[in-house]
Write a protein that binds this ligand. Sequence first.
Ligand code: NAD
Length: 248
Amino acid sequence: MKDKIVLITGSGRGIGKAIALRFGQLGAKVIVNDINPDTAEAASTEIKKAGGEAINIVADVSNKLAVQTMHYEIIEKFGRVDVLINNAGVEPTGSILTMDEWAWDRTLNVNLKGAFLCSQTVGRAMKEQGGGVIVNISSIAGRAAGLRDRAAYVASKTGLVGFTRECAREFAAYNIRVNAVCPGVIITEMTSHLRQNETQMKKWMEDIPQARLGEPDDVTGLVIFLCSDESKYITGQAFNVDGGKVMS
Ligand code: NAD
């Protein structure tokens, strides 16, 4: 990963931040993107304090102009993007019968359209430069498992697995590999409210053979592998990182 130019969306905190820190440790030049300027700045500072190289760019991945401006800034500074991690995500809860239309749109716009906009914008440059790697952070909710009271989230993450496959098919001709990583329940802000629910926690633990929730660091190894040449014949796939979770 030494000197690779790596853009990780939504990496001000949580899983994205863990991935960004790991790339920083491995000598990559890391672009921390987030919609939150404070966390974006703090994460890039942390990477630099640990001896890595990083910049932060505040942008809403669901906004085409913002994505294009972010990309322009990266090209101005580094000249290329070798790795794109589409990680930014939101997860509103609620039943379909009561869900607000805004929540549906926002979820699909950030989780799915955001990955499309970033893949299109960065993909064009990767094609010109002769190749690259994209990893989409989906979820086990986007596979057979699903997730109660998260219809928009499940739809977005299921869509992201399908988008991964089609993106891989189209981009293979340009030497760009595209895969999806599907975490189980990981301890981050996104799951903090759920982890306070004892009944929910007990149920989850029964379903996880390894009998623990995941840490953000549990996700980074697979992401790094999928971005390295060790996985050069792997594209269009989705992989679970979930402690062996089975859904009941
Ligand atoms: P998190 O809420 O801690 O972090 C998400 C980050 O994305 C935040 O920093 C947030 O500010 C940023 N973000 C939100 N909207 C954005 C936008 N429009 N543009 C740019 N940045 C934006 O969540 P997390 O748990 O770290 O999740 C990271 C990814 O992993 C998400 O895509 C999530 O769906 C996925 N995931 C999480 C879990 C889990 O259990 N935590 C499980 C499966 C998948």
